[in-house]
Design a protein around this ligand. Structure first.
Ligand code: CA
Ligand code: CA
Length: 158
């Protein structure tokens, strides 16, 4: 697919964090490995969005991210990726992101984000993957539980 040529996190960085595009692509960093000594563990509890989305039209994604650890988690960045399957990898396209505030142990943060898929992707079935701490700035006990994928159908533009 043509859109696989875009570096997801780089594109995202350019849009929201101009000048910070040199960070490693988190989705390309391979299988995440947790730090067993870390008292922090971010988890995507929920991700909700319409089952059908029209290309170019705005819709809302509501996600909820929890700190399941025993100590406070610092602010982090969640990124929403468009994927052809339910596993996050380097081919996936960063659509948008949001800041997740510092979270005390056991606390979660939920927020609606307005999204539109304006890219030149063909209609069909896709997944929208929410990735907590997508830039891997927060050391966590478990890094492999940071994504949640929701299947949806992308309808052609009107
Ligand atoms: Ca985690
Ligand atoms: Ca992390």
């Amino acid at each position: 697919m043509t859109w696989s040529r875009i570096r997801p996190s780089c594109w995202f960085s350019l849009v929201l964090f101009a000048g910070s595009c040199l960070l490693a692509d988190p989705a390309a960093a391979g299988q995440p490995r947790g730090d067993i000594n870390s008292p922090i563990d971010l988890v995507v509890l929920q991700s909700m969005m319409p089952a059908k989305v029209r290309a170019g039209a705005k819709f809302q994604l509501i996600d909820e991210i929890e700190n399941g650890g025993q100590e406070a988690a610092p602010e982090s960045i969640a990124i929403f990726y468009l994927s052809t399957d339910d596993v996050l990898d380097e081919k996936d396209l960063a659509i948008k992101g949001r800041r997740v505030p510092p979270l005390a142990p056991g606390r979660s943060h939920s927020q609606p984000t307005t999204i539109s898929i304006d890219f030149d992707v063909p209609p069909g079935d896709y997944y929208l993957i929410v990735a907590a701490d997508a830039r891997r700035e927060v050391p966590e006990r478990i890094e492999a539980n940071n994504t949640k994928a929701t299947k949806f159908t992308l309808l052609p533009r009107k």
